[in-house]
Design a protein around this ligand. Structure first.
Ligand SMILES: Nc1ncnc2c1ncn2[C@@H]1O[C@H](COP(=O)(O)OP(=O)(O)O)[C@@H](O)[C@H]1O
Ligand SMILES: [Mg+2]
Length: 253
């Protein structure tokens, strides 16, 4: 199995607190991986560590390029990765399409005063159309709703055609119909680009339906890491004790 990302006994601290405890995880390439766990389990911390946004106190994070501790590896990892954050991380004073174009900022100098090349503008418009936000292309994002901002964040990630798509609760402000459409979009992109998606999802039925692989966290530890069907039968209830039995859930998905 070739790995997209591996955590080898990784510990992460924030301030004085140890948040992730000697975590070991293997995520294969070309899969959709759902990161599951209750609130406070360490999902966002895990995602930030794998994006190289938090220092690792012990252990190693391995990517396709090597261990993240190496600055060259981190740069290569970031070039090929796109992230969708919980708070959307958009620039309010820019328009929707300008925010999406920022996903392509690695392809041209940020100091270049010329208009964006037409190819890039077309790519950004296409990504906006895919998330059903093209009519808002020239609106400043400050005026958008939470769900609309979330879709702009997803478009900005997809326009990069990333090898690794990492998203922290990307559908939390969306209605169920849009959520399904965007799930399909992410799945199609993963297939088309031969990419890997690692998604923190709080909707369990959606996670079970759309993922091939699950990383289940509890209190900063890995309770499960493996194929989704196995998770359903073996570990779902150790992470979410209040859920109905697996047979009921399986029928629901
Ligand atoms: N900046 C921080 N400083 C100290 N503790 C933090 C910080 N951010 C998160 N934590 C703690 O780390 C734990 C995991 O948080 P987080 O990764 O955000 O969980 P999740 O995304 O699963 O809800 C929680 O107990 C939280 O209080
Ligand atoms: Mg979180």
């Amino acid at each position: 199995m070739s790995l997209a990302v591996g955590f080898d006994s990784v510990t992460v601290r924030r301030g004085n607190a140890e948040i992730l405890h000697r975590m070991s995880v293997s995520i294969p390439r070309h899969c959709v991986c759902a990161v599951l766990g209750r609130s406070g389990a360490g999902k966002t911390t895990f995602i930030k560590a794998l994006l190289g946004l938090l220092p690792v106190a012990a252990g190693r994070i391995i990517t396709e390029h090597g261990a993240l501790g190496d600055p060259g590896v981190l740069a290569a990892h970031r070039r090929e990765t796109a992230a969708v954050f919980q708070d959307h991380a958009l620039i309010d004073r820019l328009t929707t399409i300008e925010n999406v174009q920022l996903g392509l900022a690695h392809l041209r100098s940020p100091w270049n005063p010329a208009p964006w090349p037409v190819d890039y503008r077309i790519a950004a418009a296409t990504a906006l159309r895919e998330v059903d936000m093209l009519p808002f292309a020239h609106q400043r994002v400050a005026k958008l709703s939470g769900g609309q901002r979330q879709r702009v964040g997803i478009a900005r990630a997809l326009v990069r055609e990333p090898k690794l798509l990492v998203a922290d609760e990307p559908f939390s402000s969306l209605d169920p119909i849009l959520t399904r459409t965007l799930c399909r979009l992410i799945r199609d992109n993963v297939t088309r680009l031969g990419a890997t998606a690692i998604l923190v999802l709080h909707q369990i039925d959606l996670a079970l339906e759309m993922s091939d692989w699950v990383v289940g966290l509890s209190e900063g530890q890995v309770l499960f890491c493996g194929p989704t069907p196995e998770f359903l039968t073996s570990s779902l209830h150790s992470i979410f004790p209040a859920l109905p039995p697996p047979a009921t859930l399986a029928l629901a998905v």
